[in-house]
Design a protein around this ligand. Structure first.
Ligand code: FAD
Length: 378
């Protein structure tokens, strides 16, 4: 084997989870390769609201967020399908940045720190022989002592590894995500979440005066309209008066909507065939929490610490896997499952109306819901 094909860590997927781990490993002096099937910069379906809990972490990695003039978001408005709205002041809040910009900045930082980042490189298989991993890719075969699965919500590799969640009923817990960048008169410090039948849509500001409008809905919604996104938006989303206003008044900056299907909410497994799963590959929190990116970063922060212990021979591979899985379950599993419940609840129109009326009146309940889907700064 050519030694240039051998690394201490291989990371499959160059999203927010994989890239933040790669940067930390490079800072510690470990040799690390990242495989990303796309080429930066590229757009991704995401609400692009990042919880403030990861601001300091990103700055420590070398991203100069404070110099990027990003909108800081402190207020939340939620509406029911009929347009009944509640307003809430967020404790910690968040900031807006497109994935186009964030992921490409992380990729640039990783490369500058010595990470080998292979773009346009799709991984087709990962095998473990008890000692090391063989990673088969469109750009050749690579060997590593550790393999990290950071391939996001869904990937060819989930099927290849026959992960349990891929075997479940395909129609249940099956969502579609759609995103646009728009231009509209909208406050810098606000995020809005508007419910419609079997789905909800978030709007908030990102960089350069643009806004992200992103929604998730039951895949059955779209099937009903034979996959016609525009028709579904007109017939379903625009029944909410807030959304009607945005869809009719905003300037849409993409030629076509960006879409992703077969999104599953829930815990998937933090270890799979000895691969350490990171970010959405380990579990998906419902997007309404606005916390998926911070969870991905927090898990990379903790995994980096554990990998340090492993490479310094303080823990064995088995202990590394056990400790990481324990961390994932104790810190995130409850958060993910609670968000799954919330997501289900929002599918029911009258329950959504009732919940919004109740939350409108009881502020500590609003705080409790926001807190139960968020973590602390790290
Ligand atoms: C509709 C929607 C809205 C959301 N809104 C928000 C929000 O506002 N705030 C928030 O914090 N979170 C939000 N999330 C969640 C957030 O997008 C994810 O939690 C986050 O992207 C997870 O990062 P990741 O690195 O795990 O995965 P990703 O960012 O998806 O990265 C995975 C990468 O792996 C690559 N890949 C996949 N398979 C292969 C392969 N075989 N070979 C090579 N590369 C591969 C992909 O191309 C991708 O770049 C939202 C999610 C959805 C669905």
């Amino acid at each position: 084997m050519n030694p240039s094909n051998t690394f201490q860590v291989s990371i499959i997927g160059g999203g927010i989870a994989g890239l933040t781990l790669a940067i930390q490993l490079a800072d510690e002096g470990y040799s690390c390769i990242v495989f990303e099937k796309n080429k930066y910069p590229f757009h991704k379906v995401c609400g692009e609201y990042v919880s403030m809990e990861s601001w300091n972490f990103l700055e420590r990695l070398g991203l100069k967020l404070s110099e990027m003039n990003l909108p800081h978001i402190k207020k939340l408005t939620v509406s029911s399908p009929s347009g009944k709205a509640l307003h809430h002041q967020l404790d910690l809040g968040g900031f807006g940045i497109s994935r186009y910009l964030l992921d490409s900045k992380l990729a640039e930082t990783a490369k500058n720190k010595g990470v080998v980042l292979l773009e346009d490189c799709k991984v087709s298989d990962v095998k473990f022989d008890g000692k090391q991993f063989t990673v088969e890719t469109s750009k050749g075969i690579f060997i590593s002592e550790i393999a990290v699965g950071a391939w996001g919500k869904k990937s060819n590799l989930d099927i290849k590894l026959a992960r349990a969640f891929t075997m479940k009923d395909k129609t249940e817990n099956n969502y579609v995500g759609i995103k646009y960048h728009i231009s509209i008169d909208f406050p810098d410090d606000l995020i809005e979440l508007h419910n419609f039948e079997n789905g909800y849509c978030g709007i908030s500001k990102i960089e350069d005066g643009k806004h992200c409008l992103c929604y998730i809905c039951d895949s059955e919604n779209l099937k009903k309209y034979n996959g016609d996104i525009k028709k579904m938006e007109k017939e379903v989303l625009m029944k909410n008066p807030f959304l009607k206003k945005y869809f009719t008044e905003a300037v849409f900056l993409f030629d076509e909507p960006l879409a992703i299907s077969q999104i599953k909410i829930g815990y998937k497994n933090a270890i799979e065939n000895n691969i350490l799963m990171l970010g959405d590959s380990a579990g998906n929190i419902a997007p309404l929490s606005g916390n998926g990116m911070s969870m991905a970063m927090r898990s990379s922060f903790v995994l980096n610490g554990l990998l340090n212990e492993y490479f310094n021979k303080k823990i064995t591979r088995t202990e590394l896997e056990t400790k990481y899985e324990l961390f994932w379950k104790s810190e995130f599993k409850q958060r993910v499952e609670f968000s799954k419940l919330l997501q289900k609840l929002l599918k029911n129109k009258s329950l959504t109306n009732f919940t919004i009326s109740a939350l409108k009146r009881i502020s500590f309940l609003r705080n409790a819901v926001v807190k139960s889907t968020h973590g602390k700064p790290f």
